[in-house]
Design a protein. Sequence first.
Length: 347
Amino acid sequence: MIEYPHDVPPAAGEAITVADGIFWIRMPLPFALSHINLWLLADEDEQGPCWTIVDTGYGVEATHALWLQHFTTTLSGGRVGRIIVTHYHPDHVGCSAWLHEKTGAPVWMTAAEYLSAHAAAEDVAGFDRENSGRLFLQHGLGRLRPDFATAQQTRSTAYKRGVPGVPRQYFRIMDGDVIRIGRRNWRVITVFGHAPEHATLYSEDGRILISGDQVLPRITTNVGVWGNQPEANPLKLFLDGMSKFAALPDDTLVLPSHDRVFTGLHPRIAALHEHHAHRLAELEAALDVPRCAADVLPVLFKRELDDHQLVFAIGETIAHLHFLWRAGRATRTRDGVDGAYLFQRSQ
């Protein structure tokens, strides 16, 4: 059963103590999720007491203002010794360069996330929206939205909006690394599917998991196929990654990037597996005749979607179709008219 130790999350500019030396703060987001949870950990290094920050928030003035407030209140004017970023998405890495410049603290990331942040910020290595736009058109999105290609050309670069800069140096962390933060050891557990090399952190002392976006208490993590990896099977990677948490205790306190702190890690993971199994079965049933991703998008997303949500929804629909295809539960062909990829359930 999932339980929430705290009835309400911290208000803007406030902090909640979730364990000895661990503080929960929130920063606003300018899209549907509305917030991201960040973690402040009391630390100590060769220079004396300091703080470790885990994740940084969306890189805009509103976030900067809240950080300046926390510097004088929650952090009590203390020194920041290290900034850990779980993955390259804008709400996590967005303020990393600004915080590094303000505090001088080094940024710690996995290599794939650090390099992905730079590639996404500079629209290189296939991270540009035109590349993903072409992929989505290959999966029939033009049938659903004939104006999609034109709309993509006029959209501003969303990543750069939330990540105005990425640090030019970093300290690399890897799966299995043990990081001493204050009086606790934290083991790095990397997972895949949502991001290239997403870092989570687990401490046996207190049985605490900083789960990033991998395990959220109520909503499901976005797992999509994008233009630079058009043949990927990220949903399998995402679900397989949950096995890395199998040995963690039942009473693990989970600190997620969205929603509230919770216990009930294993019931939540079981629910996520069940959710995706149900969605895959629904999708498989809809493939009675050859259909493209745009044809079956309403099977997975029954609500109205704005342009921002549509991009993530089509990427996630392709991810589910690729899971079925790679598992031999569906076949993939090309349409003879517009060349769209068509999927049909295997007989």
